[in-house]
Design a binder for this molecule. Sequence first.
Ligand SMILES: Nc1nc2c(c(=O)[nH]1)N[C@H]1C(S)=C(S)[C@@H](COP(=O)(O)OP(=O)(O)OC[C@H]3O[C@@H](n4cnc5c(=O)[nH]c(N)nc54)[C@H](O)[C@@H]3O)O[C@H]1N2
Ligand SMILES: Nc1nc2c(c(=O)[nH]1)N[C@H]1C(S)=C(S)[C@@H](COP(=O)(O)OP(=O)(O)OC[C@H]3O[C@@H](n4cnc5c(=O)[nH]c(N)nc54)[C@H](O)[C@@H]3O)O[C@H]1N2
Ligand SMILES: [Mo]
Length: 756
Amino acid sequence: MTIERDSTSQEHPPKQKNAKSHAGGTPAVASALKHVMKTAGPVRGTKALLDLNQTDGFDCPSCAWPDPDDHRATSEFCENGAKAVASEATTRQIGRDFFLKHSIDELLAQSDYWHDQQGRITEPMVLHDGQDHYQPISWDAAFKLIANELNTLDHPDQATFYTSGRASNEAAFLYQLFVRTFGTNNLPDCSNMCHESSGTAMMQSVGVGKGTVTLDDIYQAETIICIGQNPGTNHPRMLSALEKAVENDAQIIAINPLKEAGLVGFAHPQKISGMLGKSTRLASQYLQVNLNGDFALLRALGKEILARKNFDTSFIDEHTQGIEDYRRQCEHSNWDTLTSISGISKKEIQQLADTILRGERKLITCWAMGITQHRNAVATIREITNIHLLIGAIGRPGAGLCPVRGHSNVQGDRTVGIYEKMPETFLAELDREFDLNCPRKHGYDTVESILAMHDGDARVFFALGGNFLQASPDTHFTGKALSKCSLTCHVSTKLNRSHLVTGKTGLILPCLGRSERDTQNEGDQFVTCENSMSIVHMSRGKLKPSSPDLLSEPDIIARLAEATVGNRERINWRWLVGDYDRIRDLIERIIPGFNAFNRRVREPGGFYLPNSAKQRTWNTPSAKAVFSAADLDQIQVGKDRLILQSLRSHDQYNTTIYGLNDRYRGIGMGRRIIFLNPKDMKARDIAPVSLVDIISYWQDGERKVENFYAIPYDIPRGTAAAYFPEVNPLIPLHSTALESNTPTSKSIEISINPVP
Ligand SMILES: Nc1nc2c(c(=O)[nH]1)N[C@H]1C(S)=C(S)[C@@H](COP(=O)(O)OP(=O)(O)OC[C@H]3O[C@@H](n4cnc5c(=O)[nH]c(N)nc54)[C@H](O)[C@@H]3O)O[C@H]1N2
Ligand SMILES: Nc1nc2c(c(=O)[nH]1)N[C@H]1C(S)=C(S)[C@@H](COP(=O)(O)OP(=O)(O)OC[C@H]3O[C@@H](n4cnc5c(=O)[nH]c(N)nc54)[C@H](O)[C@@H]3O)O[C@H]1N2
Ligand SMILES: [Mo]
């Protein structure tokens, strides 16, 4: 079985043009409309766009950046949000005929791009042991099959239940309730591969695992650092907020090994000036840091601030602990080491210090995967916090920490219990409310789930959304792990590679998408999501469901729960999903901050969940915010090796490939490419756009992917970049961030060999 088919069917070299100097503008509008009209058609497409991100419409499934509290434009979405909606609202469909026509092997030979192009899955499908085609199965039979598998395990811990971050609060709450009633905490999620490092670090430093700022803070900030993040592609609506901040005299600092167009400048696609191609300059200082050089850069910045004695003594005295150890670390570190590791000169770091120390020192730091997916990610995020603590830039207007979340409800899923290590207070509340005896043993996270499946310790894999095979590290190993299961089951909207590498039995349970009307016993329902700034708000789909046989995610979970664990005195699963207000009432009873949930979420725009660090209350053991004094810990690679990061192109949503271009980076018609520094290419005799194989190294041996086009690019020497998920086969399963166990998708030791 070959599972590592290229993500695209690329036989021709990609086209390379100059990278763009700003994001947005008319090309963004044109690209958005093209995708929507082509895939969803004028009627369905236009309706979807008019509802997108409106207070009474549905939440954009593309990212977790918040919508303005007031003054929403009729087009409160971005190019990439429109592509996500087009992909979901497509009029194309696949059902029994499609699966009868295409065998598993045929489907495996197609690219991820092709898979997404086929359309929405319309009915439940099963792949029986030994068969090479999926067949239709009734919903009842599907639930019976899963319940039977689950109930014949020796122990509930032999099943693992993944969640991708699109699930609503209602679906996620019900899901974790079912899983814990069944008897396990095996609730891995995409967050394990995403912002886990942020949550881990922030809990240690400031006692809360979420960002502490609102959009108003962004507008009021004097300095905004965007580090390890590419908002022009992944959070395009953030650019409007940054533009507004710049108009209010904020300085934006970009810290990124690549010159990303969206950080350099922005032409607002919904403003006349933007349409005419006039762009606002965003970053006033662009630091092209070495890959994984951020810790050294931040340590140097702290050293500089301490040397200037320009810190906030009263904040430090009243609110923090540990400054002495941190100061010692800064004093002992040496400028030459810090500048050579970071690749940023002392002068540039001093200029950065000048910027953040001006005015009232209202600093916000925004970060994403460029920080969280390294071995030292947790320590680096604590180092970001150190800078904020030094100048008291947290818990006051215009200042704070802003981990920019990926999936639109990944933060909400955590809030309502999707976590393999939920705290005792939460579990005790579940026990009390539902008269349960929730397991206390921590469950498997994503990497541990893969290992458990591989070792035969987990035998049933269930996924609420996502594309586990392609999103996980070490695609080959993960594929083997999944195929050792007795049952793998996916609740999905679209076909993906995870459906094709199954356990003995494979199931696909097709569900409604965000944009679609969800009708239950008591009428049409809405769901709720929590965005990156802790605003809980409603999302109501209005499009006609793409097939009458689809069920909503909450309904699927309720039926599965009923079939597996049955109703209990205090849980009537099917009754709960008759009206999602009933599920929200339960969330209100269990989770702090949700008081009057059903009333408040109906107010336009929703409501903020409380954030202790924003109030300068520190839920740490010492009740203080904690300075971190970690040792400098830098990835080292062998001679002639490079460090590779895997990132997103402009035409994809994680593993869903919308198209083959990466417009801002100047790449056309290709994904199987590797960006390299021209000098590194020359030193290896690699010609531009020639083919190379990439080999990665880890203690357990080598991994290889073949036939990537080498693209000369403005990237620090000794580093490389290629697209996720094409290079996931290179990421060793055991190469994870310390403390958060997040795969190190941004630092992979590699070498490249020209293809003879
Ligand atoms: N259109 C679209 N939107 C999305 C997604 C999508 O795939 N497509 N995915 C969603 C999800 S789940 C997430 S988590 C977010 C991801 O959003 P991002 O984190 O912006 O996504 P990546 O493409 O992984 O980009 C990582 C950025 O970090 C930089 N970087 C890499 N290594 C380092 C480093 O060592 N130091 C520094 N300073 N920078 C580094 C890279 O050059 C790149 O600019 O986006 C969300 N939104
Ligand atoms: N190398 C590398 N690997 C990475 C990363 C990286 O930067 N580099 N990033 C990591 C990150 S940040 C993340 S978040 C993960 C993402 O991991 P996942 O969340 O598992 O992956 P997605 O690609 O977002 O999932 C796409 C699938 O979700 C299904 N889907 C879409 N909408 C819905 C819906 O409404 N309901 C349901 N039930 N299903 C739906 C569709 O079938 C689609 O095929 O990947 C991680 N993997
Ligand atoms: Mo993510």
